[in-house]
Design a protein around this ligand. Structure first.
Ligand SMILES: [Zn+2]
Length: 125
């Protein structure tokens, strides 16, 4: 059985701001957990051995998005190799795969740059 990439959750001590992926039980309700499932399924053609969830909950004061409502997660693109342009391009292809698996109730966006390049995935029906 092919199990897909291993999922890691960033820990506080691995974060430059001292806050890793803050996950709560509500992140594992089916409609939110499916974002991680889709990130894995959507990465199948790339063959990446692991994925990192780098953000779950964060205070609403940080930015205007659905992280504070436990309806968004960030998944790092650090594992994508190459120059910045090709990394952003690969992340965009991955994002399209993930979006097509999740359907219209979700937004999948490539955010950040360099070591902070990531997919922001949110449930916004
Ligand atoms: Zn985000």
């Amino acid at each position: 059985m092919k199990s897909g990439p291993r999922i890691h959750f960033k820990r506080d001590e691995e974060s430059a701001i001292g806050r890793g992926a803050v996950m709560h039980g509500a992140h594992f309700r089916p409609e939110v957990a499916s974002m991680v499932w889709a990130a894995c399924r959507g990465s199948a053609s790339f063959g990446w051995p692991e994925l990192w969830v780098t953000e779950g909950w964060r205070p609403s004061s940080d930015r205007r998005d659905l992280h504070s409502e436990l309806r968004a997660i960030d998944i790092s693109c650090r594992h994508i190799e190459g120059d910045e342009k090709s990394r952003v391009n690969t992340a965009g292809i991955w994002a399209k795969h993930v979006a097509s698996l999740l359907g219209p109730d979700y937004d999948v966006v490539v955010h950040g740059a360099r070591s902070n390049l990531h997919l922001h995935v949110e449930l916004d029906p």
